[in-house]
Design a protein around this ligand. Sequence first.
Ligand code: NDP
Length: 479
Amino acid sequence: MSKHKTLTTAAGIPISDNQTSLTAGERGPTLMQDHQLVEKLAHFHRERIPERVVHAKAAGAHGTFTVTKDITAYTKAHIFSKVGTQTDVLGRFSTVAGEKGSADTVRDVRGFALKFYTKEGNWDMVGNNTPVFFIRDAIKFPDFIHTQKRMPQTNLRSETMWWDFWSLVPEVLHQVTILFSDRGTPLGIPFMNGYGSHTYSFINAKEERFWVKFHFKTQQGIKNMTPEEANRIAGEDPDFHTRQLFEAIERGDYPKWTFYVQIMPEADAENYRWNPFDLTKVWPHNDYPLIEVGVLEMNRNPVNYFAEIEQSAFSPANVVPGISFSPDKMLQARIFAYADAHRYRLGANYEQLPVNRPHVEVNNYNRDGFMAMDDNGGSLVNYEPNSFGGPKEDPAFKEPPLKISGNAGRYEQKRGVDDDYIQPGNLFRLMSSDEQARLITNIVDSLKNVPKEIQERMVAHFQKADKEYGNGVAKGLGL
Ligand code: NDP
């Protein structure tokens, strides 16, 4: 038997008995002075922190990113500075709609969030397993997510809510086509791709800007479940993906992804046939081929899930010198929203938590707030500028200016009348006839439960993407 450490209270005071509470006599009531009991109950009541509104259910692991190809022509970011450079990474892989205890295998988009602990601070790549998203303007986001959650009266999820919203917002069609394809029910986290989805920018040492998209392609191959398997496993083992990832890493079977970028010179964006900042669009590989960058490997399980995965906080605002934002309206909103959600969920000092803390020194004038866990700036003055040796800005990190002009207004981002339909149609036409048939069956199985008026609106959208696609759904619904 191993020698145990002595049990203590949170204040480190040794405990003599953890099995019986302190009572007034053998049959008497509990005494209030039983601080140990009070502390145990009080802490237990506070074990849950607010659940993420989206992406609540997740598995996560630590890993490494290794550069295999030189992309210094496009970015000066230190993480990409030399072939062979390795960077520690945290990965969190989630479903979107379900609550923290919900099943892993249900049809859903998957979150693919990475935190790179670089020598220039943390770079968070907060992506999904799909290259596009349902909407391209964040003002629609809370409404969209409400349709994926629960109905106000019954507290039930509702396919009518999904399809009602989707039929009224045709920009969703591309993502809906991916969601109801085979890729909507992945076999597991190692068997799906990750995409940055948004357009970001790279800045090189010559201060040139490039627009960039990020792709993490699985080296395990894309593998999916049939809807029947996914539904069965959702009942038999709701934590299937979490278990699969943990066990793979435990036995040394480390999942790997090849990291690629697509690069668009800054000036191309003006005239490219697609709006390159529209999150519902891809850049076809023929226009902007994939350029290999490196390998991501997830190779270390968390020791404590809450500390390392639940408390992890990713934000698209975290970019490092050489990587930056773009005018993508959804990205602009996420830059605000993620950090805002973490401040609510974890508190103002969430970046100080061990899993979020960068592996470099942090020097700033943020002070105080709940749960300041570092030295809170020590004895240094808490204002800037100052005459006492406090940290100072460095203009070397300034980004080249981005030319923006226009009249303030609320604009639709469309370019061309068929804009919402061409790429979903291209995706449908790229599928084998078997894949097309399964896509149509999956859609029909869900749409058959909603009012006819909504079905008809959806069929019209599918038909605009591809006649065969729309006719197949119409036939399946008996319309
Ligand atoms: P490309 O031939 O250049 O790209 C096709 C890509 O589609 C493949 O490389 C693969 O990307 C992905 N793909 C293949 N089968 C499926 C499937 N069943 N479900 C989802 N994705 C699949 O053509 P385009 O670039 O013109 O793209 C055509 C369509 O492919 C797009 O409208 C988009 O829906 C989809 N797609 C495009 C991507 C892009 O970045 N261009 C990325 C992913 C999907 P991967 O290897 O990344 O899985």
